[in-house]
Ligand binder design. Structure first.
Ligand SMILES: [Zn+2]
Length: 251
């Protein structure tokens, strides 16, 4: 490596470290980080016209986008691959196996204009996605702490419904959806009295006071080694990004 190139490389690394330090600061409560890396890519696919009770995929996508962002805004370091959502009767599910294009696959059974039901189901599955598919990493097994993970997913549903009740009261995806805000809250209150959500009720204050903890669940299914690999990959990505954004060297 020539000396000039070497100095340039050192400069690039120093810049990258600076950027890392900046990015490692977690956002303030409620602060929205809208960068390209945090964009949530959701595709709602209908195989039959009657799927989702005949609802418009555009509307469903708006609800799901709102659900995902309610959690993802607290995870500034988490990258998610595109998510494909289909309709399927029965229990909602996040599939272990990805689709042919590497998309994360989810099936929901909500239908009609019951946005609270979509929110409940997708928030639960979104927590599964964070646990099993974030950072481009896929969990191979689901044998450890299964009950804990399930309870974290239940917690996500209540957390999201309560937060969305607040955001939709002033900033709903569509202006005429403001009226749904009280229903979201009502739905959350009902869950809190359901025995199935007893542990989630205990976990809820932990996440409401420190929503940045949602990012911690993205490492729950990883070994310490896998986690270090992901972290180094993020670091390399940041260096590559810094190099791409460098102004061309003067001739
Ligand atoms: Zn579950």
């Amino acid at each position: 490596m020539r000396r000039r190139d070497f100095l340039k490389a050192v400069g690039v690394v120093a810049l990258a470290v600076g950027e890392t330090a900046k990015r490692d600061k977690l956002p303030e409560k409620g602060e929205r980080k809208e960068t390209k890396e945090h964009m949530l890519r959701i595709k709602v696919v209908k195989t039959k016209e009657t799927d989702f009770g005949g609802d418009d995929p555009k509307d469903i996508k708006a609800v799901l986008q709102s659900v995902g962002n309610t959690i993802l805004e607290h995870c500034p370091h988490t990258n998610l691959d595109p998510i494909e959502v289909k309709y399927q009767e029965g229990e909602p599910i996040t599939f272990f196996k990805r689709g042919a294009d590497g998309q994360i696959k989810v099936a929901l059974s909500a239908g009609g204009k019951y946005w609270s039901q979509y929110a409940l189901q997708f928030a639960h599955e979104f927590a599964h996605i964070l646990i099993s598919h974030s950072h481009g990493h896929d969990s191979q097994t689901e044998t450890e702490n299964v009950q804990l993970k399930e309870n974290l997913c239940y917690t996500a549903s209540i957390f999201v419904l309560r937060r969305m009740a607040e955001t939709w009261a002033t900033h709903p995806p569509f202006p005429n959806w403001k009226e749904y805000a009280p229903h979201l809250r009502e739905y959350a209150d009902n869950l809190l009295s359901d025995p199935k959500y007893a542990v989630a009720k205990q976990l809820l204050p932990i996440f409401e006071q420190h929503p940045e903890r949602w990012e911690h669940i993205t490492f729950l299914n990883m070994t310490p080694f896998e986690r270090r690999v992901i972290e180094s990959r993020h670091f390399i990505d940041r260096i590559a990004k810094t190099i791409r954004e460098q102004p061309p060297a003067p001739k």
